[in-house]
Design a protein around this ligand. Structure first.
Ligand SMILES: [Zn+2]
Length: 425
């Protein structure tokens, strides 16, 4: 079943079909998981397009030919009566997507608001800007006395620049949930929360995520209409540091999955991230993606090491060690451009290059295309969060140890007007 994925995504890249993938004759079907186990080889030979696994069912985007092949092989399936293509979109409600325990945009909005309502002294939800389709980009801010500006060391965790990387919403969201829910019972959590200002933006690309859930599971970019029949800018190639450095780390071709846009910071989703940096002094950044199971640090645009190689590598390796202790899963810490592949205009080159702060891209599991690619079962969410937790706590603590100023307890002041404007609750 896993190879099916490799082949279909490979075809997807090679053919360069992006929006051109819509085919009104395709249907979402589901097959019982035990069929996959029983008929694995036969299913594999069909090269089906896997959407996700949920509740013991495999969801697949199937053409009429696929359905005929399944029938010929006596593999039972059920048709899911759900929207997949834009022309059908209006006939279905926004809740009709197949996302299981993974958050959609409205589900995340609801859960973030609920967290802030339950823990008003510890958590606030801020609207840091709008997406192209006018969805809100939310930040969950967590700190002891969260209503006060206390000049504490500040860390930012980002998720879901890439729409199909659903697990990258869950890990930062669960981090926020963990911190507020364990504050009163765990003195270590209380110490970290009281002495820092933690910002969590779990969903940088809400339009893309909704599109991935409701219409096309492999969608990666935002929903920019490029005006030439193609859609989407790769939000993780649109940041302004060494933007468009070469055509290997990003693409000038609008149809490309790594299309960088017409200029740096053209996309409102990452303008929102930039504005937040202009108002808040961050000391470290983590941005979650998947898949690959690695911890990447700058530079991405070149194979060369930065002048902070020692620090970045030490922090990355310590996070890796802490993560491995939880589950035995190993996340290699690597310099992005040297160990992974070249990227330019990405988040971490920008936050490190412009602000000089330790910046990490954590590529969550699975570790390869063979073991699931962009897809994780619902049952993977909690274990993946659990193994990432100590790395996040370690980085928060590192900021506290490194950046705490003796005056921080005396310099409390009311929120600046700018931040008041952003405050939702
Ligand atoms: Zn990604």
């Amino acid at each position: 079943m896993k190879k099916i994925l490799t082949i279909s995504i490979l075809a997807f890249f090679i053919l360069g079909h992006v929006h051109a993938q819509y085919r009104a004759d395709r249907k979402i079907i589901r097959i019982d998981k035990h069929q996959e186990i029983k008929k694995g080889k036969e299913l594999q030979a069909l090269n089906l397009d896997l959407l996700m696994e949920k509740d013991g069912k495999i969801y697949i985007v199937a053409s009429p030919q696929d359905l005929a092949s399944l029938e010929a092989k006596n593999i039972p399936y059920h048709i899911e009566h759900r929207a997949l293509y834009p022309e059908e979109q209006r006939r279905y409600s926004i809740q009709s997507g197949v996302n299981g325990a993974f958050h959609s945009y409205p589900e995340l909005e609801r859960d973030l608001m609920a967290l802030a309502d339950s823990y008003p002294e510890l958590a606030q939800v801020m609207d840091i800007g709008d997406s192209l389709e006018k969805r809100n980009i939310y930040a969950l801010r967590i700190s002891g006395n969260v209503g006060l500006q206390e000049n504490e060391p500040s860390v930012i965790f980002l998720g879901c620049h890439h729409a199909r990387e659903w697990i990258s919403v869950e890990v930062p969201y669960l981090l926020g949930k963990y911190l507020v829910e364990n504050y009163s019972s765990d003195p270590e959590v209380k110490r970290l929360v009281d002495n820092s200002d933690i910002w969590i933006v779990p969903l940088v690309n809400p339009d893309g995520l909704e599109y991935s859930i409701h219409f096309y599971r492999y969608w990666r970019k935002n929903m920019r209409n490029n005006g030439d029949g193609t859609y989407g800018v790769d939000l993780n190639r649109n940041y302004g540091y060494r933007w468009g450095w070469d055509n290997e780390g990003s693409s000038p071709n609008t149809a490309s999955e790594v299309y960088r846009g017409t200029g740096p910071f053209t996309e409102p989703e990452i303008q929102a991230v930039r504005s937040l940096f202009e108002q808040q002094d961050f000391q470290a950044l983590v941005t979650y993606h998947n898949y690959s199971q690695v911890i990447l640090y700058p530079w991405g645009y070149t194979e060369e090491a930065s002048d902070q190689e020692g620090l970045l590598s030490a922090l990355g390796n310590e996070m890796s060690r802490l993560m491995e202790q939880v589950s035995g899963r190993y996340y290699a810490a690597e310099r992005a451009g040297a160990g992974f592949y070249l990227t330019n205009g990405d988040t971490t080159d920008w936050s490190f290059g412009v602000y000089g702060i330790p910046s990490f891209t954590i590529e969550l599991p699975p570790d390869s295309s063979i073991t699931g690619e962009f897809f994780n079962a619902e049952s993977d969410i909690q274990p993946i969060f659990d193994e990432n937790l100590p790395a996040a706590l370690y980085l928060i603590d590192w900021c506290i140890q490194t950046h705490s100023s003796p005056s921080r307890f005396s310099s409390s002041q009311a929120l600046q007007p700018k931040q008041k404007r952003l405050l939702l609750k």
